[in-house]
Design a protein around this ligand. Sequence first.
Ligand SMILES: Cc1cc2nc3c(=O)[nH]c(=O)nc-3n(C[C@H](O)[C@H](O)[C@H](O)COP(=O)(O)OP(=O)(O)OC[C@H]3O[C@@H](n4cnc5c(N)ncnc54)[C@H](O)[C@@H]3O)c2cc1C
Length: 388
Amino acid sequence: MTDMRPYRRRYDAIIIGARCAGASTAMMLAGGGAHVLVVDRQAYGTDRLSTHALMRGGVLQLQRWGLLDAVIAAGTPAIEQTVFHYADEAVRIDIKPEHGVEFLCAPRRTVLDRILVDAARAAGADIRHGVSLNRLHKAADGRVTGVELQDPDAGMVDVEAGIVIGADGRQSLVARQVEAEAYATARHCAGIFYGYFSGIEDKGFRWYFADRVSAGVVPTNDGQHCVFVCVPHDVFAQTFRENPMHGFFRTLAANGQPLFEEVRNAEPAGRLRGFAGAPGHMRTSYGRGWALVGDAGYFKDPLTAHGITDALRDAEILARAVLRGDALALYQKERDALSADLFAITDRVASFRWDMAEIKSLHMDLNAAMKSEVNHMAAIAPGPAIAA
Ligand SMILES: Cc1cc2nc3c(=O)[nH]c(=O)nc-3n(C[C@H](O)[C@H](O)[C@H](O)COP(=O)(O)OP(=O)(O)OC[C@H]3O[C@@H](n4cnc5c(N)ncnc54)[C@H](O)[C@@H]3O)c2cc1C
């Protein structure tokens, strides 16, 4: 869907990428009175490579923004328990109400990203899909002053901005053009294969860990479950190259015969999707006239299912800083303080060099890191600061 309205000559903020990070930053900025343009080269409402499980912090953000009801109304199941399977041992954890969050959920990206985009548009953001960033414009002193866009209807368009925000994902063009330094890089990464299945019993989130493999079962929209398997990056190609479906079921079986049987008896919906893995990064995420949010600035292995949760969190932290006119160094400092433990623990998990005792202990550390992240975000007063 393209938009035939002319562009303004100048916006307060131009955001590249209209997914979790970009759309929610736009919603916050536009809600605070800023003129915001958001462009995304992909079409509105399309899918994204992701197993899309939200942790408590992600659900908290949706609730703070008044969007959780729309997510549930779209048929997203409310998840009230998580079961960790460590080889043959199962540890069940009930989701206790905290900070008003009573359940977790895993909306398909076709659902979540659409709801965020609609909310940003309702807040006043000008959102254009099918439009790509070509390059950034910079002043003689290096300050980013705007963008050159490729619009399928209007052709090449130059637009000025107070700030250009890269919410353009892990391989961010904005990050490359401003030469954002990666000051932390993860050492390990995992490869993932996943697909959607009908006819699986809803038992909440299920995470499986065995020797050098893991898997997960994630209830989602349309009565389907997203089922994924994970292996170390160095065996990904050999596991899935010849026949991804065989590799998928072999890895499921390595996580336990009951899981294998359960998925084998379910009805697949569509093809399997794979991600070979990529090392996590923490990049410098602000400079003169620019900022990065979401995976563009901070990416970690998907194995701990925390990327969307952090993208929503950082959208709020960044937007508040921009609206208040804070030094953006404070945004990066806050993000990193909330992320350092998550980043380090995720790297350990993605190494697959753990036994059952250690992976359990890593999960306890992860839980503690997530708790302090949620406590921090819940303590921020909603609303007023947005308009400050
Ligand atoms: C296999 C896999 C499984 C995952 N599972 C989970 C999970 O279970 N839970 C979880 O929380 N996270 C998960 N993640 C991570 C999560 O998907 C990301 O953290 C999240 O998508 C980041 O959102 P974002 O908005 O920063 O970027 P993205 O979702 O990557 O969106 C970036 C957008 O920018 C646009 N764009 C890029 N370049 C340009 C350009 N030049 N011009 C215009 N537009 C551009 C793209 O079209 C895209 O729409 C997973 C990731 C992978 C790969």
